[in-house]
Design a protein around this ligand. Structure first.
Ligand SMILES: [Zn+2]
Length: 285
């Protein structure tokens, strides 16, 4: 009992130490009020006037709410709510991963992008519409991988046609610029889809086997938002993709030790971001 209590004390100490291991951007408690303003690029920038995504809505639920990464441009918040309603109409509830921090900026862990309030992660695992998770489960339930890397194939026991449906629905939205999924998932879609035009926006990337990552385009009036290079034409179902899948397959057969990636640097943000970070001081206690 005492050992358990000491363990609890230690864990509380550790989690509060970790909570304070922020980088400034992760310590800010709420968005800078005012009209939305997107500054910089997806991997180096910030946002003023971000909106808060309610933690529970029709057809969606925010996961890991304690991370305080559920802020974004009003267009992103509207998009997630819209996608949730589409999911609800199909009887399911989407589990939402990270959006951005209250004023965007680099996160001390987890992502290079998600810095300007236009990125959102969504789990492949879905919940029945009428069964939202408890607050504790929203913190603790793990996202299962949809990929059996050692076979270089989708895990058909977990993958559902509903995952494909939500990807297609999102890809067909004009607000969506691209969607990142694991190369094995992209290749499975290349094989199964008759109409592959929508696969243009489905981009293969490392990881993304337990969630997909939706990136919205710079909103039309956001002059300080730096767009990415346009996507190459075509469905991307090519030999590069096949090679990537083979690489993942081989790596799974002879794993190398995992090296933790360095968190993104806060050094090279656009100068305006400094004013946005420090505007109307709003620090967590
Ligand atoms: Zn992401």
């Amino acid at each position: 009992m005492i050992a358990r209590f000491i363990g609890f004390l230690f864990l509380s100490f550790l989690s509060s130490a970790l909570a304070h291991a922020g980088n400034g951007w992760s310590d800010v408690a709420y968005p800078l009020p005012g009209p939305p303003r997107v500054i910089g690029s997806y991997t180096s920038g910030c946002i003023a006037g971000a909106m808060t995504l309610p933690l529970l809505g029709d057809g969606y639920q925010v996961m890991r709410p304690s991370r305080n990464r559920y802020y974004g441009h009003p267009v992103l918040i509207g998009f997630v709510e819209w996608l949730g309603r589409q999911a609800a109409a199909r009887g399911v509830r989407l589990l939402i991963g990270d959006l951005g921090q209250p004023r965007g900026g680099p996160m001390p862990s987890g992502h290079r992008s998600h810095q300007i309030g236009l990125d959102v992660d969504i789990w492949f695992l879905q919940q029945p519409r009428e069964q939202p998770l408890s607050r504790l489960d929203a913190e603790q339930v793990e996202a299962p991988s949809m990929v059996r890397a050692a076979d270089g194939a989708l895990d058909h026991a977990l993958w559902s046609p509903r995952d494909r449906d939500v990807l297609k629905l999102a890809a067909q939205s004009p607000d969506v610029e691209r969607i990142f999924v694991n190369p094995i998932i992209k290749q499975a879609l290349c094989t199964s889809e008759m109409d592959r035009a929508w696969l243009n926006k489905i981009r293969p990337w490392w990881g993304h086997d337990d969630h997909f990552h939706i990136r919205l385009a710079c909103p039309p009036d956001a002059g300080e938002c730096q767009p990415q290079k346009p996507l190459p034409p075509g469905d991307g179902c090519d030999t590069d993709l096949a090679r990537w899948v083979e690489e993942i397959h081989q790596a799974a057969l002879s794993p190398k030790p995992y090296r933790k990636p360095k968190p993104p640097s806060t050094d090279h943000l656009p100068a305006t971001c400094d004013a946005i970070l420090h505007g109307s001081m709003a620090w967590k206690r």
